[in-house]
Design a protein around this ligand. Structure first.
Ligand code: ZN
Length: 235
């Protein structure tokens, strides 16, 4: 096992699964999160819980899990007018994208992550972007991220690989990947402690975790969980 990776870790289901994926592959893993004034700021609190739960449930992973970095990107709130950062309803815009879309958000995140990775001597960025079962965000597409990898590697004059283990997985397969990586213990951590809901709702505990149950993010998480559970029963 070698290599050093920086995982874009939001505290959500996808990035927590990516973090487990990285901890199985790389000798050293650090994490980065972004505070951009998101309405679901509860996600940021979940990050710390997930990190400490992973450390205690997986001693092998704990030896490889290094520093966590939280960057203040609240200026994103100044340049966007979306349901992710402002108190308005989540709905579909005329272009078919949910109004939770902060334009180019992942491109901005990757730039900051790459600068930090370079400074820390980490050569791989790991992100939970996915274009299989997603809300249509163009900055989650595989080609967008491949172009970004080339731009960052050229701009830094150093290799900067972007790994996206969930790119071709649907949400049911993401639940299955967590089970493969860390068995029931990891599934339990993902269900109980990661946060997905756009509205920041953590009052009600469903089989698939906490959330409002009806925003686009909750709907994907819920459907994926139910399909994974149904497939597990058939096995
Ligand atoms: Zn929700």
């Amino acid at each position: 096992m070698n290599g050093q990776a920086l995982v874009l870790f939001s505290g959500g289901q996808d990035s927590a699964t990516c973090l487990a994926w990285a901890l199985q592959r790389y000798a050293q893993v650090e994490t980065i999160g972004f505070d951009y004034g998101q309405r679901h700021a509860v996600e940021l609190a979940c990050r710390q819980t997930v990190l400490s739960e992973l450390r205690s449930a997986f001693p092998d992973w704990a030896t490889r899990l290094g520093d966590d970095h939280l960057l203040d990107l609240r200026l994103l709130g100044q340049i966007s007018d979306t349901a992710l950062t402002q108190d308005k309803a989540v709905e579909l815009q005329r272009d078919g994208l949910p109004n939770t879309f902060v334009p180019g958000r992942n491109l901005i995140f990757l730039n900051f992550a790459a600068a930090l990775a370079y400074r820390r001597g980490l050569q791989v960025l790991v992100g939970g972007m996915c274009e299989t079962d997603y809300s249509g965000y163009p900055d989650c597409r595989d080609n967008t991220l491949k172009a970004m990898q080339v731009a960052l590697s050229l701009g830094l004059d150093a290799p900067m690989v972007i790994e996206t283990p969930l790119m071709w997985l649907d949400k049911a397969a993401t639940w299955a990947l967590a089970e493969t990586l860390g068995g029931p213990a990891l599934l339990q951590i993902v269900t109980e402690h990661t946060h997905t809901c756009y509205l920041g709702e953590r009052g009600l505990r469903h089989a698939w975790g906490y959330g409002c149950g009806s925003c686009p993010a909750c709907a994907l998480r819920k459907t994926g969980f139910e399909r994974h559970a149904a497939a597990s029963i058939r096995r």
